[in-house]
Design a protein around this ligand. Structure first.
Ligand code: SF4
Ligand code: SF4
Length: 402
């Protein structure tokens, strides 16, 4: 017997999958109804039956680096039809969560994001940090102005207020009077850059493992990873992702598609708005707040509303289906975060327009805490699913796995 067929059960992995919501994995008796029912599974070597047996045997290496677990969109069609009451959709979701934890580094952060008892720390750290920044912004304006001018001299220091608030515009409520925009950017730019670098490193290992497993299981005839061809595959698969084509192939997903797309496009809109305002501020040196007639502001407001409504619909859907679709702590963490992000952003803006400075500043404070959690824990939270799934779908396209 070759090593390829040796089963080396990892009992800790079985316990981990069960703990993450895959507690029905031992119920499976391999009838394959799920693989037939799944509208997304490829004809050649379809999922999720083979993943169910691998999970019940504790074959961690074959599952963690298995691209197929990411092709599943957790619609629950297979779970509805399983004659044994196993929930293959939830088992695959649990394996995906285990995979994110496995690839995520540093582990201490990954474990903290998955542990409800650590939530006060995840929220408390940015809460304290931004409280300190607000104190410095408001109580030490003169000192900060001197420091700013001595660092940047006449180039920037002479033209822009150190906190990026409008000079001489006391009647205008500007968040920069409460939290210096410099402080906010000096917090988020390094955090976001670190999150992207961590993602790149994690994805490298992930794609290598997917490829190794695909070769081992005969799912591809490619001998090595060609990154140029991978980029071409990504460009090809992007419209499918943006239009949620695969997502919509699952019958049970039809009503989940709209809120998913609202949240996805809300994030894309917010990303564009942040990029434009960043360039306007640092290249053209024009500070906010910007006019409500500004088209970029429209995009910001539409994105904010879409984020609130889309995430609220997703939360309602989860609550309505709580008996037949598993929602883990990780799901609630992300859903709550996205909802809080959209809501605090909109309330900040509404309070500002209503000339309620203190209320606007308070909501902005909560908004910054939400952004911090989103950026800092991006590679470890459920949000990472989007990136891993995109990478797996890209590999499927690259390797002609249809
Ligand atoms: S339908 Fe249920 S019992 Fe049959 S293979 Fe799938 S998970 Fe196992
Ligand atoms: S949950 Fe849906 S997409 Fe995932 S394996 Fe089951 S039927 Fe397929």
């Amino acid at each position: 017997m070759t090593e390829k067929y040796l089963a080396q059960p990892d009992l800790d992995f079985i316990a981990q999958v069960r703990g993450l919501g895959g507690d029905t994995l031992k119920k499976c008796y391999q009838c394959a109804t799920c693989s037939v029912a799944c509208p997304i599974a490829p004809e050649d070597s379809p999922f999720p039956r083979k993943e169910m047996i691998a999970a019940s045997w504790g074959l961690k290496d074959r599952l963690i680096g298995n691209g197929d677990i990411w092709l599943c969109h957790q619609c629950g069609d297979c779970t509805d039809l399983c004659p044994r009451g196993a929930a293959p959709g939830d088992v695959l979701s649990a394996i995906r969560s285990a995979a994110i934890t496995e690839y995520a580094k540093p582990k201490v952060l990954a474990n903290a994001v998955n542990d409800p008892s650590k939530l006060p720390f995840l929220l408390g750290i940015p809460a304290i940090w931004f409280a300190i920044l607000a104190y410095i912004t408001m109580a030490h304006k003169e000192t900060m102005t001197k420091i700013f001018h001595s660092i940047f001299g006449d180039v920037l220091g002479g033209r822009l207020h150190w906190s990026h608030a409008h000079e001489g515009a006391e009647h205008v409520i500007a968040q920069a009077d409460f939290f210096s925009t410099w402080f906010v950017d000096m917090t988020f730019v390094p955090i976001f850059t670190a999150a992207v670098l961590i993602f790149v490193l994690n994805l490298k290992g992930f794609l290598n493992d997917i490829h190794k497993n695909a070769v081992l299981e005969g799912k591809t005839d490619k001998t090595s990873l060609d990154f140029k061809a991978m980029v071409q595959a990504l460009i090809k698969i992007l419209p499918t992702i943006l239009k949620h084509d695969k997502f919509n192939e699952c019958e049970s997903n039809k009503d989940r598609s709209t809120p998913h797309m609202m949240v996805l496009f809300a994030f894309i809109g917010c990303f564009i708005v942040t990029g434009i305002f960043f360039v306007v501020l640092y290249i053209f040196q024009t500070a906010g707040p910007y006019s409500q007639l500004n088209p970029v502001k429209w995009l910001a407001n539409i994105s904010g509303v879409a984020m609130v409504i889309g995430s609220a619909m997703m939360i309602k859907s989860r609550l309505d289906k709580k008996d037949d679709q598993l929602t883990s702590y990780k799901d609630w963490f992300l859903l709550g975060l996205v909802f809080a992000l959209g809501l605090t952003g909109m309330l900040t803006e509404m309070a500002r327009l209503a000339h309620m400075a203190a209320v606007s500043y308070f909501f902005y404070y909560l908004h910054l805490i939400a952004i911090f959690n989103l950026f800092a824990f991006l590679p470890f939270s459920k949000m990472a699913h989007f990136v891993y799934r995109t990478a797996a779908m890209t590999y499927a396209e690259y390797s002609n796995r249809k």
